[in-house]
Write a protein that binds this ligand. Structure first.
Ligand SMILES: NC(=O)c1ccc[n+]([C@@H]2O[C@H](COP(=O)([O-])OP(=O)(O)OC[C@H]3O[C@@H](n4cnc5c(N)ncnc54)[C@H](O)[C@@H]3O)[C@@H](O)[C@H]2O)c1
Length: 447
């Protein structure tokens, strides 16, 4: 068993790679990271990152300055100068929703090439979200073919899925609920020993097969998404009832310890870089192995329809949306991140543009990403007040703190016609409905 700090390498400097690499390096582990995107490598070596994540800038700056974190454009260099390699490349969806393993295979290829010239045992850890069987049947097999080395004898393999949440990624990485590690005894012992050095107090840990570890990640995401789609379905019932409110219903069921209060927040739907692609990948995988998954299908269906509630409400309040000025408050898929992958804002904006509306948008961090998609089809505001100025309807899509602070008077004094749709249930319905034309997801009609 190793007692010297192992050196770590990374393949992939996206949200997971950069956060994990910076956290390891900040505790004195030597970390070398490779990415096919040279601009990310160069930026990291300047002590910077392109993503926004609370506390990440400080960690990266500190680790690079003190020589613990370095990026490289040479995949051989990072493997040969480390004992453990984490694969943190993206696993996007193909057109049909199935998982695209292109980046994982490329990374395994490069690791295989490097391992050809390495004589000591090396551990490869698959942190990317991959379907059951991928670590052993794709990553291991590819590395074996390319390197001519034998899995488990010359190199080890673990599945170690990541559960960090964007917006609190550093905190989640440093203080996780649990660690899931799958693989052979030698490989999982090695990785566990590294984590014992990294964490002062080891989190709850499950050591299991690689297949179980891989499936835990999908089951986890599917369950959380199902909980949100469930409360969104209940929200639709509330909307048809006088004096009903999904917030109270959610509180009522959340107090049941068997259910719990988390992930019962109704809204205009979920998006992001993980749930949509992971649920679709699991659905396709289940189809391939001939397993019926009606709950996954329903979870996805509810979510596809959910953003339309905002459009229905806008039409209810304004009638025809053609040439009406509509403000979108919040663009990122959730607060405290600049990530707009599969963001609900994009679906709502597209629908409003189809209806001929004039759309003004604002987000504290995600303006650039949205500008790259929509270009001059939208008006880009400089802050929240600028966004709602002279508008006829405002839709709150992402619950950033600064939007929660907006008072009814801000809408009354700035909008042409004060119609507000609360897509994330942040405003007090009693207060806001008494002063504005107000609708909210899961809020029953008022007499
Ligand atoms: N983002 C999250 O919140 C989150 C949370 C848990 C798990 N995950 C999973 O972690 C994985 C990574 O997600 P992400 O959001 O960090 O992805 P990302 O798209 O932000 O980053 C992936 C990075 O990998 C790089 N890359 C691609 N091919 C490469 C190769 N052959 N060698 C080296 N680098 C390569 C890309 O250039 C990119 O920088 C995915 O499987 C995702 O499902 C993500």
């Amino acid at each position: 068993m190793q007692d010297k700090k192992p050196r770590i390498s990374f393949f992939g400097l996206g949200y997971v790679g950069i956060v994990t690499a910076a956290c390891f390096a900040s505790k004195g582990f030597k970390v070398l990271a490779y990415d096919i995107d040279e601009s990310k490598v160069n930026l990291l070596n300047e002590g910077k990152t392109i993503i926004y994540e609370p506390c990440l800038d400080d960690l990266v700056r500190y680790s690079v300055k003190n020589g613990f974190l370095k990026a490289s454009v040479d995949p051989n260099e990072v493997v040969l100068n480390s004992e453990i390699t984490f694969i943190t490349v993206g696993t996007p969806s193909k057109q049909d929703g199935s998982i695209d393993l292109r980046f994982v295979k490329d990374a395994a290829n490069l690791i295989g090439k490097a391992l050809k010239s390495k004589n000591s045992w090396h551990l490869v850890v698959v942190k990317s979200t991959v379907l059951p069987g991928t670590t052993n049947n794709v990553v291991k097999v590819t590395i074996e073919e390319i390197s001519g080395r034998k899995g488990e004898y010359d190199f080890g393999l673990c599945s170690n899925p990541e559960f960090l949440r964007e917006g609190s990624a550093v905190q989640d990485m440093l203080y996780p609920d649990r660690l899931i590690i799958g693989g052979s005894k030698k490989s999982t012992d090695y990785l566990l020993n590294f984590y014992k050095m990294f964490y002062e107090k080891l989190p709850e840990t499950i050591i299991t097969s690689a297949e179980n570890a891989e499936l835990i990640k999908y089951a986890n995401n599917a369950f959380l998404a199902m909980k949100v789609s469930f409360i969104n379905m209940i929200a639709r019932i509330c909307q048809k009832l006088p004096s009903s409110d999904v917030e109270i219903v959610a509180k009522g069921i959340g107090l049941d310890k068997r259910i719990g209060p988390l992930f019962l927040k109704a809204g205009v739907g979920w998006g992001g870089s993980c749930w949509p692609k992971d649920l679709n990948a699991l659905k396709r995988f289940a189809e391939e192995i001939k397993v019926d998954v009606p709950l996954i299908n329903a979870t996805i269906k509810v979510n596809e329809e959910q953003p339309l509630i905002a459009i229905e409400y806008a039409k209810e309040m304004l009638g025809n949306l053609k040439d009406r000025k509509i403000s979108i408050l919040g663009l990122s898929f959730k607060p405290n991140t600049d990530d707009i992958r599969e963001a609900v804002s994009i679906k709502i904006i597209n629908k409003l543009l189809d209806e001929g509306a004039l759309v003004v948008v604002y987000d504290p961090k995600a303006m650039e990403g949205i500008r790259r998609i929509f270009g001059n089809k939208l008006v880009y505001a400089k802050d929240a007040i600028d966004c709602i100025k002279n508008s006829e309807c405002a839709i709150l899509v992402t619950e950033w703190e600064e939007f929660k602070k907006l008072k009814p008077e801000d809408f009354l004094n700035n909008m042409k016609y004060p119609a507000l749709i609360d897509g994330r249930r942040v405003y007090n319905p009693e207060i806001y409905s008494s002063k504005l034309n107000f609708r909210a997801v899961g809020l029953g009609y008022r007499n």
